[in-house]
Design a protein. Structure first.
Length: 418
């Protein structure tokens, strides 16, 4: 035994590690830096530029550029990164229970692991979670579940949900749907929720399109089933599940998700779909949470859009605006097609009455002769003239009418040489 003890002491001294025979003390964690990290251990400060390094216990790691992956106890890692937007650089204290002091951390673990986030103690099961410590502490779960001990109260956060505790404020009663930016997703969100992010944008567009193209007088179970005949085979489906105040597109998207979900109890699945949606979850997250099949789901909504009568722009005819709706045939059991509305016929333009030209008199004119005498031309009277009535066709519009009186006077004066 003395020989074994001496051998262990020599090996520990040579390696520069704090070890003991039979039971090794925690000598730190391995960190892989892809960028720049600063490690502070008491009065010692080290700057790490890339590569793998050993971080002693009780040291604080701060990632100032890029990212770094720290090995935790067992099969677990914590990914740290430099600040993003208003979130500070990740700072984590290495310990038996690692503590996130600032910023964010992505924890991926194949077995249970415990961490501290501000005043919270978080026990993570198998899965992946995003932790944030700013003015408040947030635990968001991508996969698996997290059990949180917050000020003596314990809350369980399942997958696709998150819980935020602001300082010493009261702990929320239940978690909310996972919050992410669908247009500009965070790289961590994209890594674990990429399918939900892409699918959510597609479902949002189809929901709006269906609400605009389909305008039933009332939304009830019979009408929804006429659009989705598969609902007729569900005994639990009825008017109690359909909310008239909900947009039709929302009802059709949620119903399609419930139909494509593998849940055996349709009524319970329907409640989960619209309950999660009512809590604020995006449609993509709802579909992924219910494990709905993406291909059939999108294809079913596209079929509804193809069969729905599109609303066309209103043409303008003769100053009258009309709305034209093109009807498309629907499959059996469909809601029918909208009637076709055409512009009313324009009334004929009445004929213009005849125009009477009054008689025109030319006064007598005296013309001097070479012999000194004068010759008087007798007065001339132009008889009255009546123009025939003119009928103007409806289309095209008649050409402009030239005033006939002035033309007649000009011709008379030219004949008289005046």
């Amino acid at each position: 035994m003395r020989v074994i003890a001496a051998s262990c002491l020599i090996a520990a001294t040579t390696a520069g590690l704090l070890t003991s025979c039979g039971d090794h003390a925690d000598d730190g964690r391995t960190i892989e830096v892809r960028g720049t990290a600063v490690v502070t251990d008491g009065a010692t400060r080290s700057v790490l530029h890339g590569g793998r390094h050993r971080v002693p216990v009780d040291a604080v790691v701060r990632v100032t550029r890029g990212r770094a992956v720290l090995d935790l106890a067992g099969d677990a890692t914590a990914e740290l990164r430099s600040g993003v937007g208003s979130v500070a650089d990740s700072r984590l204290r290495v310990a038996a229970t690692p503590a996130l002091l600032d910023g964010e951390a992505l924890v991926v673990n194949g077995q249970p692991v415990r961490l501290a986030v501000g005043d919270l103690v978080v026990a993570l099961g198998d899965g992946a979670s995003r932790l944030r410590n700013t003015a408040s502490a947030t635990v968001g779960v991508y996969a698996g579940r997290a059990r949180i001990d917050a000020h003596g109260r314990r809350v369980t956060v399942p997958a696709f949900r998150q819980l935020t505790v602001a300082g010493t404020a009261a702990v929320p009663r239940r978690p909310v749907p996972f919050v992410y930016d669908q247009r500009n997703p965070d790289p961590w969100d994209r890594r674990f929720l990429g399918v939900a992010i892409d699918l959510g944008e597609q479902l949002d567009r189809r929901s709006l399109a269906l609400s605009r193209q389909l305008t039933p007088p009332t939304t009830d179970a019979a009408y929804v089933a006429s659009l989705l005949p598969a609902l007729r085979r569900q005994r639990a489906f009825g008017d109690a599940l359909v909310s008239p105040s909900r947009a039709l597109g929302e009802t059709l998207v949620g119903a399609s998700i419930a139909l494509e979900s593998p849940a055996r109890d349709f009524g319970r699945g329907w409640s989960r779909v619209f309950g999660f949606r009512s809590d604020g979850a995006r449609w993509g997250l709802v579909a992924v949470a219910q494990r709905a099949r993406r291909g059939p789901l999108v294809a079913q909504l596209d079929a509804l859009l193809d069969e729905a009568p599109p609303r066309l722009a209103a043409p303008v005819v003769g100053g009258i605006t009309t709305t034209t709706t093109t009807a498309r045939p629907r499959r059996p059991g469909g809601a029918g097609s909208s009637p076709t509305t055409s512009a009313p016929a324009q009334p004929p333009i009445p004929a213009a009455p005849g125009v009477a030209v009054p008689p025109v008199s030319v006064p007598p004119t005296t013309v001097p002769s070479p012999g000194g005498s004068a010759t008087t031309v007798p007065p001339t009277t132009v008889p009255a003239t009546t123009l025939p009535p003119t009928t103007v066709p409806a289309l095209p519009p008649p050409p402009p009418v030239v005033a006939p009186i002035q033309k007649l006077l000009d011709d008379t004066l030219r004949i008289l040489g005046l």
